[in-house]
Design a protein around this ligand. Sequence first.
Ligand SMILES: [Zn+2]
Length: 131
Amino acid sequence: MNGRSNGYLVLYEGAQEPSGYKSYCTACGQRNYRPVADNGNLCGVCRRPARKDYPTTHMRVVTYPGRGVDMDQDYEDWSLDGLRARVRLIQDFDRLADLIVAEAVWMANNCTIEEETYMVEKRRRVMVSGE
Ligand SMILES: [Zn+2]
C-alpha cells in the first residue's frame, strides 16, 4: 500500500531470500538467529522452554520499493506465454484489490471503534547492590 493513509495499491517486484532465523518460540512467536542446539530451548522473551528449530530454511519476502511490476516495460518483444502469465498476475492483483475493498466495506458496515486500556510489559536494567 502506498500514498498518504495507504491510499492505493502497488504491485511491486519481489523475491524470497533466507531470513537467517534458525528457530522460533512456539509460545510467543519470537524468532532467533541461533538453533536450539546452540543455546537450549528457553525463550529469551517469554521464558518458556518452547523454542524449536525451523524444519526448513526460513525465508522472508523482500520487495524492491519503487520498482513497480510494469514500470518501464515494453511488451513488444514478449512471448505469448509471457503475456498470458502477466495477464493472470494482473487479474490476481485485481481480485486482491476487490477483496480488500469488500473487506473494508464489510468492516465499515459491521464494526465500531471502541477505546480500551492495555498494559505494556517492559524490561529494563536496574542497578542492584551486592550486599
Ligand atoms: Zn517465547
